[in-house]
Design a binder for this molecule. Structure first.
Ligand code: ATP
Ligand code: LTN
Length: 334
């Protein structure tokens, strides 16, 4: 069975965009693949974080994954920083990466452009991501299109290492979800909805109160045309609401357009708000059952044990091939 591995950064509380474009896809994969989902908390400190908020968010995100339908019996859930081998392998891979290739990473260029103090971690971020993937010989890596270049780096590093030291890492493939499920910012509908956005009115968080969600949808930016049809270029706001409605109702965009073609924007927005509130309320009810239970710790302890065993073996193999430490020191890892 193919191994699928991915992580969603705890850089902000999860949004409807993360649910529709990220988590919902994973739920489909858990029946067909061996699925590993982790919280890449080490990645999130490449930019400044409030320590207590970060810790709270890590736990909340795990509870939200489960409340959204990730079944801990079918997939492995864990936290990146708890497994020490991620950062260790990352260092070895850093020493096999070149400044030139790293300087070409688009996300680094974008994220560093507007910042004063750019951390070295932000620059080496894609290498840690390669370590996350290669430690487990992942076959497929589901991500947004923005992460494709990082998965390509992981492939290049794996090939480079394999040709220098002999077959060690599996070569992973990116798994980019079908288009159409990219949810946009409610206030600037040409931008994607992002969990690290600073405009709270523009994003729906999975833990927003139902009344807050309603308000955000009712005040979503649209246009003055007062006709409901799908045209992402000229009617990005309405098209975004049509996408949300269709995905959550599990119907096609054409079917949604047919339902609302004679409605005004107010009626349409209310229908969108109703379905979003219905789905999110269900999710929040499950979340509330989980968040204060022992279940999360039990699941994460299991995830840690399982992934630590796999990572340990791979790290030891890598370390031996590179010539680090003493010969035959595997007993230290037992
Ligand atoms: P950040 O603001 O920290 O960049 P983000 O909200 O943009 O975060 P990512 O952490 O980059 O999200 O992505 C996590 C997952 O959620 C990925 O699978 C990505 O494809 C998906 N995702 C993120 N934003 C959206 C969106 N607006 N629509 C659909 N899918 C999304
Ligand atoms: N960079 C990714 C999160 C991430 C990841 C990974 C995804 C960190 N390590 C390994 C897949 C595999 C993001 O920002 N979405």
């Amino acid at each position: 069975m193919k191994r699928v591995l991915t992580g969603l950064q705890p850089s902000g509380e999860l949004t409807l965009g993360n649910y529709i474009g990220g988590i919902r896809q994973l739920i489909k994969y858990q029946d067909d693949y061996e699925l590993f989902v982790f919280v890449p908390d080490l990645h999130s400190i490449t930019v400044e974080q409030d320590p207590s908020l970060l810790k709270e968010r890590i736990r909340k995100n795990i509870a939200l994954y489960i409340a959204s339908g990730l079944n801990p019996k079918k997939c492995t859930l864990y936290i990146q920083s708890e497994n020490l081998y991620h950062a260790n392998l990352s260092w070895i891979l850093e020493c096999h990466s070149y400044m030139g290739e790293m300087s070409r990473m688009t996300q680094f260029k974008e994220k560093s452009a507007s910042k004063k103090n750019v951390s070295c971690g932000l620059f080496t971020y894609p290498i840690l991501m390669a370590a996350d993937i290669l430690l487990y010989d992942a076959d497929l890596v589901p991500t947004g299109a923005d992460q494709k270049q990082h998965v390509e780096l992981a492939r290049n590093l794996a090939e480079r290492f394999n040709s220098k030291y002999g077959e060690t890492f599996n070569i992973p493939e990116p798994l980019i979800p079908e288009i159409g499920a990219r949810i946009k910012d409610l206030q600037e509908p040409t931008k994607k909805m992002s969990k690290s956005s600073t405009n709270e009115k523009a994003i729906i968080r999975l833990l927003d109160e139902p009344e807050v969600i309603r308000k955000k949808i009712m005040s979503a930016v649209t246009d003055s045309d007062n006709k409901i049809y799908f045209d992402e270029e000229n009617k990005p706001g309405i098209s975004n609401l049509l996408t949300i409605y269709s995905v959550l109702k599990d119907i096609s965009i054409e079917e949604s357009v047919n339902l609302f073609k004679d409605s005004n924007y107010g009626t349409f927005k209310k229908a969108v708000a109703d379905i979003v509130v219905e789905k999110i309320t269900n999710l929040q009810n499950k979340y509330n059952e989980i968040i204060n239970s022992n279940l999360i710790d039990e699941i994460l302890d299991e995830g840690y044990k399982k992934t630590n065993e796999i990572a340990k073996k791979k790290y030891y193999e890598v370390k031996e091939k590179v010539g680090l430490g003493r010969t035959d020191n595997i007993r230290l890892y037992q």
